[in-house]
Write a new protein. Structure first.
Length: 752
């Protein structure tokens, strides 16, 4: 259902758009951009300096704003098919929390005591939490996805990779755009941005706003209401001050307000007919007994980036503050009552609801120094980094009690975590010749974490253990690591082609963590312990090549990752909740191919392929997955969220219609093979091999100011799971189904 505040936000965006349009229309339009005519040379900052993506000896995919529009990439969730060897889905039960697995490793626990090994950055500011990280892409200049450990230059907890979002910066030339979209299930989106000079040649400003409303594609038969709905508004304001030719400052402030519903699962049978519906006849229906759902998320942030350049040397300071709050109340089992008939009143008590209240804040400071030596033959980047974060959360596992039970009116836990992280890093490149280069880097990281947990009763008083001791625990830990990286690359070129061959070895480090979901008083006092850090050595061989007079691009990477002490979460064997552990060691090898071909003007074809082969070389707790020995566990279990193969093919074609404008048609077809969604490989919540078809057709006016797009997603209406809970036969199991076939119609006006 649409809220009054949502409609107000949408109307405000539209009013903003029409006001800014009057300013933009008064200016003279620039020459219209033409159809794609060749490969685009995207500049990236994967190594903290601006350079062509084809000259970086790292497996990195760069997507600019033009590609986002042609391929209808409107959220970073769309990266799930656009990047090889990635699984990118919403966190189970949450609409805007991001779960990312790269090359077979990631994190699906949203509790702040677990850090994700795929770092997310917005304008070089680290986003440490999954909650609220499923960002809409509005006024974004480009996305960079760096695969493999990035521990040298990209800080803490990037043992699997990094996703970088670069927003558009204020410009001294007027710029304006507004995009309105309607679609299936009451979808109503508005995105708008305006930028221009405030003080000639000195100060420029920019404002970008967005609103997204969606009624939801699942119907709760218990209440008759649609669920899996979304209601979100956000904005970003930025100022650029060009103090001199050598010194400039960028100030950015952003805010996001979400009042969506939580993710609703669909109950399934597990033992009798794995993966089959249990209590409904349609995958877009549920019979949840959660009648007062909640998912409120508020995010705010401010960053100040100062850059001073003198000759070949550049000094940069990145100062940032962010805060996050979330209240969520979800149904983890997706049914009314519970299959075992347990609880009071018998048979009708809820199986498992989960309530959480989280508050987070962070500050960070980074200093970078970049430059060149030896007449430009050597280049370097060095810096210092500081990060401080405070977290607190109340968690209530509501199981086998009446459906009227209010959150936190029973036993619950209260957890806090304070983190201080410091680092020093350096990376350098030496060019032996114009073709042959060697790069090396080193990063020292130290994390100090203070963890506190309390088991509380309905009055928020600390509970007692069976010996009468208060059920609370403090654990303080310090972890440090030195993570090196070394690469060798060779540039080749000939008549109509050029290529970069490289080999790299890198070490990654993910900080130690804690089990914040434990709720048993005795175990809190005597059983809890810190979970050791996760580390990886990665070896990669790659070839980035442009062929046929730079109309065909083929980027290939082969890799081998050796992981030690991988951290994963697990559902307890008795179905009473969740816990964390160092699952063991693993070896993952694979291959990746990315292809782009522009055979003629207006026609662009693209494809990617990912291959994965992972195995546990050590499994520390086979009993957690009901195995009698480590050997049995290693032979039976495969890495979760690690499909053995995934691919995508697609393209777009633009042609002019006389003097009346141009039409573009495009689409993509993708597939992922079967993969498991939990550590113990429960087959009933696994994601079966699936295929997905998307398409769009657009008309653009001759001056390219107006663009109208009709788009469709999941056009074959395939049903597949993007997550699930295995809560044992007593509490029931639920899966979260991808959205069904949907359409959207958008109108975009832009000027720059």
């Amino acid at each position: 259902m649409q809220s009054r505040s949502s409609w107000t936000g949408a109307r405000a965006l539209v009013l903003f758009g029409f006001t800014a349009t009057s300013v933009a229309l008064a200016a003279e339009p620039p020459p219209a951009a033409g159809p794609v005519s060749g490969l685009v040379e995207i500049e990236v900052t994967a190594r903290r300096v601006s350079e062509s993506v084809q000259s970086v000896p790292i497996a990195v995919t760069a997507i600019d704003s033009a590609v986002m529009e042609r391929q209808q990439i409107t959220s970073i969730r769309s990266l799930d098919t656009a990047i090889p060897n990635i699984v990118f889905v919403p966190n189970t039960g949450q609409a805007s929390a991001a779960t990312i697995f790269l090359r077979g490793v990631g994190e699906d626990e949203s509790f702040f005591t677990a850090d994700p090994p795929v770092g997310i950055y917005i304008d070089d500011v680290y986003i440490p939490r999954q909650t609220g990280a499923l960002f809409d892409l509005y006024d974004v200049e480009r996305i960079e996805v760096l695969r493999g450990p990035q521990g040298t230059l990209y800080g803490r907890n990037t043992s699997a990779g990094a996703v970088k979002l670069e927003s558009r910066k204020p410009g001294f030339d007027p710029r304006f755009s507004i995009d309105a979209r309607i679609g299936s299930f009451g979808r109503q989106d508005v995105r708008a941005a305006v930028s221009g000079p405030l003080v000639a040649d000195k100060v420029a400003g920019q404002v970008a706003l967005m609103s997204r409303q969606f009624d939801g594609y699942t119907k709760n038969l218990t209440t008759g209401k649609r669920v899996n709905d979304q209601d979100l508004v956000g904005g970003r304001a930025s100022l650029t001050w060009k103090a001199s030719d050598s010194f400039d400052v960028l100030l950015v402030a952003d805010a996001i307000r979400e009042r969506s519903g939580p993710g609703y699962g669909v109950a399934i049978q597990n033992n009798v007919n794995p993966g089959k519906l249990a209590v409904v006849s349609d995958w877009n229906e549920t019979t949840s007994d959660l009648v007062n759902p909640q998912q409120d998320v508020d995010q705010n942030g401010i960053s100040l980036i100062s850059t001073y350049s003198e000759g070949d040397t550049t000094f940069k300071s990145i100062t940032a503050w962010r805060s996050l709050s979330q209240d969520i109340y979800l149904d983890a089992d997706g049914r009314a009552g519970n299959p075992g008939g347990f609880g009071t009143p018998a048979g009708s008590a809820v199986a498992f609801h989960l309530a959480q209240q989280q508050d987070q804040s962070q500050i960070s400071q980074e200093f970078q120094l970049a430059g060149s030596l030896l007449g430009g033959r050597a280049n370097y980047v060095a810096g210092l980094y500081y990060f401080h974060e405070n977290n607190k959360q109340r968690t209530h596992n509501i199981a086998l009690v009446p459906a009227t039970t209010a959150p936190f009116r029973g036993n619950h836990t209260y957890v806090t975590l304070g983190t201080d992280s410091i680092a020093a890093f350096a990376n350098g490149t030496y060019n032996f010749t114009d073709a042959l280069s060697i790069s090396g880097g080193l990063r020292w990281t130290q994390d100090d974490k203070d963890f506190h947990i309390e088991a509380r009763d309905a009055n928020s008083a600390i509970r007692a253990t069976t010996t009468g001791a208060p059920a609370q625990r403090d654990i303080s830990k310090r972890w440090s690591s030195v993570t090196p990286r070394l690469s060798l690359d060779y540039q080749m070129e000939g008549d109509g082609w050029r290529a970069l061959a490289y080999f790299s070895g890198a070490n990654g480090f993910k900080s130690g963590s804690f089990d914040g979901r434990e709720s048993v008083p005795n175990f809190i006092v005597s059983g809890l312990s810190a979970i050791e850090p996760e580390s990886v050595w990665s070896y990669e061989l790659g070839l980035k090549a442009d062929w046929l007079d730079r109309t065909l691009r083929t980027n290939v990477a082969l890799f081998l990752n050796d992981y030690t002490d991988i951290q994963f979460g697990i559902t307890k064997a008795d179905g009473s909740g969740f816990t964390r552990l160092n699952a063991g060691d693993a070896r993952i090898k694979g291959a990746e191919l990315e292809l782009t071909w522009v055979p003629r003007e207006g026609l662009e074809l693209f494809a990617n392929l990912g291959l994965l082969d992972g195995e546990y070389t050590k499994f520390r707790d086979p009993g957690a997955c009901f195995f009698s020995s480590e050997a049995a566990a290693k032979s039976a279990l495969v890495m979760k969220k690690a499909p053995k193969n995934s691919w995508r093919v697609g393209g777009s074609y633009e042609w002019a219609i006389g003097d009346t404008g141009a039409v573009t048609v495009g689409g993509d077809y993708s597939r992922k093979s079967r993969y498991y969604n939990n550590l113990c490989n429960s087959p009933w919540i696994a994601t079966d091999g699936y295929e997905n078809l998307n398409a769009q057709v657009a008309y653009e006016t001759p001056d390219r100011r107006w663009r109208f797009t009709l788009a469709g997603s999941n056009l074959t209406d395939k049903v597949f799971f993007q997550g699930g809970f295995d809560l044992s036969a007593a509490l029931g199991d639920a899966v979260y189904v991808v959205p069904p076939r949907m359409w959207s119609l958008s109108a975009r006006y832009s000027f720059e």
